[in-house]
Ligand binder design. Sequence first.
Ligand SMILES: *Cc1c(COP(=O)(O)O)cnc(C)c1O
Length: 331
Amino acid sequence: MKNYNVLSELPKSQLGFFPTPVVALKNLSRHLGGPDILMKRDDLTGLALGGNKTRKLEFIIGDAVSKGYDSLVTAGAQQSNHCRQTAAAAAQLGLECHLLLGGTQPEAQNGNLLLDKLFGANIHWTKQNRKGEDIPCVVNALVKQGKKPYVIPYGGSNELGACGFISAGLELATQIQDYNLSHVFFASSSGGTHAGLMLANSILNATHKLVGVQIDKDEVNTTSFKSQVLELANKTSGFLRLEQRYGLSDVFLDDQYLGDGYGIFGAPERHAIELLARTEGILLDPVYTGRAMAALIDKIKKGQLGNSKQVLFWHTGGAPSLFSYANKLDN
Ligand SMILES: *Cc1c(COP(=O)(O)O)cnc(C)c1O
């Protein structure tokens, strides 16, 4: 499947520094006694302390700017990395930014929330609605004020966001020469990273297995996360006029590491964060990469990666939220 040139014709805003490095985690590999572990450092995308949302936002905000929108509206959890990177991009491009954050205003404003404020974002607290349920309300109010608001969905996971991770997958292929790679592990939570990497693999005929480590529990009464990833992958393929269509069995999500739910910090996350800090001097985060790395560590320890020689962990960022977990981490 080669006809993905539509990708290069889409408008983009340059927000990050690419390619991000691929590094070998030699100490960690030795410590675990498993396959060689590589890491794709998307924590180093460069936009406001980095992270995977930079790649999605390059396409999404590129679209907004090319169509003359003047404000961005998006949503997330209180410690959303997506919202932090959106706020920074808006500041860089001179756009107004409105963030709908779940919960209520906390007493201590730290981590990503502190940074949202620093970037001058307008914050709307939406209690139990952390996935953008209240966006139409904010959009209506902005339109009444004569603004032209552009809505970015939760996590930036639409077709344009997924395009960011198609190009990420293509970028990785240029960085890995001797192709022994058996698995790519990453934290999966709104689906854009996962859908984009699936399409990149199809374009490249790559054979490594994509292991999305599910971070957030499936909610009752909504479609399963797996079907959401599937739907996004197929929609994105159609959007790019590619022929590839997937079925549910093409989406591999591991839901064995959900712990007590989204953002709830437990022993596996702590262990993974400490291990990476102490063996490699690399920071993971409590919500996403800590959990996904805990999954990789567990699978290596249990010998569940077969006779794999080399695996890659996609570091999707998130370290700013470490500070909002300070009292849980430091005891
Ligand atoms: C958003 C996010 C993810 C998940 O990416 P999706 O494309 O939303 O599935 C993983 N890690 C970090 C640090 C994130 O901020």
